[in-house]
Design a protein around this ligand. Structure first.
Ligand code: G6P
Length: 518
């Protein structure tokens, strides 16, 4: 589908840890490019190709990505995005969308502590409140070193690359920074590019001030100050935006205004906003209409027959609450023997961050809890849980089309795009069983069966309610939910941000605070 370019009068520089492509070597030793992983990257890739003059800065950390970063040595890599990403040679004129990529080489001795000690175990765990506070975290010298020699250095390297791109654009550009890997970058860029318009989007939950006391004062203050280098700090929900404003007030002692959602710092007024991210509906539908998706659908129909399919699609992240989900399914089967042989729980899980011990042990727990359900209830002819470790959009889209219930019971989740994908693709008026602790619940909770992530008994009741919901109610709710997602798609998410930044560019600090605070 041809869409007009998104409106940005200024050149755009994007930064995220993962990029739109990841490079590998095939069996013949030739370099190949594939799509980058994760919801953030999927959403941004769909959009970045529609932005004129966009440069996407990302990290080339290991393997072939690092080799490409080294060879490029700071110059831009020209990518064609359709139908699959590939590097364009000089003079190639591709059809479809293109993108300029700047890969930042971050050496392993910096990347390992940056990603494997600070970003994922520490910041991710603080923000999703995953610590077991009687025991973890227990910050030692190594963690402090990891912050200084890993997180800080990686942020400086990323900031250097962003600054270089902004300077090449004449010093005035829109800078869109993303996620918890780069909380120090906005301030570093502002110091060197005072005319840039900087936004930092936090894609994961932002807890209130108490949760941040887990981090030493110096560390949490530096992270907050870094973020406040932006003109706009953005989140998926108003609750997260509000929590950030309260942190600025309580942890930094800054004057804030909760009515206009602004923080006063160093003579500037930083806007704090909420823009709920969404999915690229046409791109998703294209995958769902592929032969691969159709073939998987035939297999699933054959497997489930006249029965019901409960589905979850997740990374194997402790925040996704996969073990409690299996426990709830187990309880429901114990209390409703009439469902035996008539329901399958398909879990499509993508192993994630296996270099972090907590993630490796969680993967083991997932396997054990799925095995326990099958041991309790399974028969020769029926295995209630079908656990598959896979990252296959053909299979995932087929499962979305066929499922009767989609389970999202996350402990905490910035948005959760799986919920949005499923309501759009469902061909059976699936019921969304959705955790109240997801950003998606703000938009879709009215059309879902709400799950309380720590209450296994409630989840069992909710699953039963979802599986037995009358057809007309399922249809009404699913159609309304799909309408909400179509209306507020990924394109609208980005254009709302660009419009607000454009307004800021014109009116400066005196801008009205009416903004798009929703
Ligand atoms: C979440 C984060 C992204 C991250 C993705 C995958 O969606 O918000 O920033 O890229 O998880 O995690 P990974 O560690 O594999 O990049």
């Amino acid at each position: 589908m041809h869409l007009p370019p998104l409106a940005s009068a200024l050149p755009v520089v994007l930064l995220s840890h993962r990029g739109p492509v990841t490079f590998t070597r095939d069996d013949d030793g030739d370099r190949t490019a594939g799509r980058g992983a994760g919801g953030l990257v999927t959403a941004l890739t769909g959009l970045a190709g529609h932005l004129d003059h966009a440069v996407w800065v990302c990290v080339g950390a290991s393997g072939e990505d690092a080799a490409v970063a080294r060879e490029a040595a700071g110059s831009l890599v020209h990518l064609a995005l359709d139908p699959e990403p590939r590097v364009l040679a000089h003079g190639d004129v591709p059809e479809g969308r293109t993108l300029l990529l700047r890969l930042v080489e971050v050496p392993p001795e910096v990347h390992d502590p940056f990603y494997g000690v600070i970003s994922n175990p520490l910041l991710w765990f603080v923000q999703h409140r995953l610590h077991d506070l009687a025991r973890t975290p227990s910050l030692g010298r190594e963690d402090h070193r990891a912050f200084e020699q890993g997180y800080v250095v990686a942020n400086q390297l990323a900031a250097d690359a962003v600054v270089e791109q902004v300077e090449k654009a004449g010093g005035r550009a829109v800078v869109l920074l993303h996620d918890y890997h780069f909380y120090l970058v906005a301030d570093l860029v502002r110091q060197r590019c005072p005319d840039a318009l900087i936004s930092h989007f936090v894609h994961i939950p932002w807890p209130g001030p108490d949760a941040w006391h887990v981090l030493p004062p110096d560390l949490r203050q530096r992270l907050l100050t870094g973020l406040l280098g932006a003109d706009v700090v953005a989140f998926h929900t108003r609750a997260d935006a509000r929590a950030f404003v309260l942190c600025a007030q309580e942890l930094l002692g800054l004057p804030v205004d909760l009515a206009s959602m602004t923080v006063q710092t160093a003579g500037r007024r930083v806007r704090v906003r909420a823009y709920p991210i969404s999915i690229d509906v046409p791109a998703l539908e294209a995958v769902a209409h592929s032969d691969a998706s159709d073939e998987h659908l035939v297999d699933l129909d054959h497997q489930v027959g006249e029965g019901s399919l409960v589905l979850r699609v997740d990374r194997t992240d402790p925040s996704k609450n996969i073990v409690r989900g299996f426990q709830a399914f187990d309880l429901m089967l114990s209390e409703h023997p009439e469902l035996h042989g008539r329901v399958v729980f398909l879990a499509l899980l993508q192993p994630s961050r296996q270099d972090v011990p907590e993630y490796a042990s969680y993967l083991t727990e997932i396997g054990a809890s799925a095995t326990a359900v099958n041991a309790h209830h399974g028969t020769g002819a029926w295995q209630p849980v079908d656990l598959r470790f896979a990252h296959d959009m053909g299979l995932a889209t087929a499962a979305y089309r066929r499922c009767d219930v989609l389970v999202v019971n996350a402990v905490a989740d910035g948005m959760n795009l799986v919920a949005k994908e499923a309501v759009v693709l469902s061909e059976r008026d699936m019921v969304l069983a959705l955790s109240e602790a997801t950003g998606a619940h703000d938009e879709l909770g009215r059309f879902a069966v709400t799950l309380h992530p720590f209450d296994v008994a409630q989840q069992a009741d909710a699953l039963y309610e979802a599986l037995t919901m009358p057809a007309q109610l399922r249809r009404d709710r699913r159609e309304h939910a799909a309408w909400v997602v179509h209306r507020n798609d990924a394109r609208r998410w980005l254009s709302a941000q660009l419009e607000d930044l454009a307004e800021l560019a014109v009116t400066g600090d005196e801008a009205s605070d009416a903004g798009h605070g929703e």
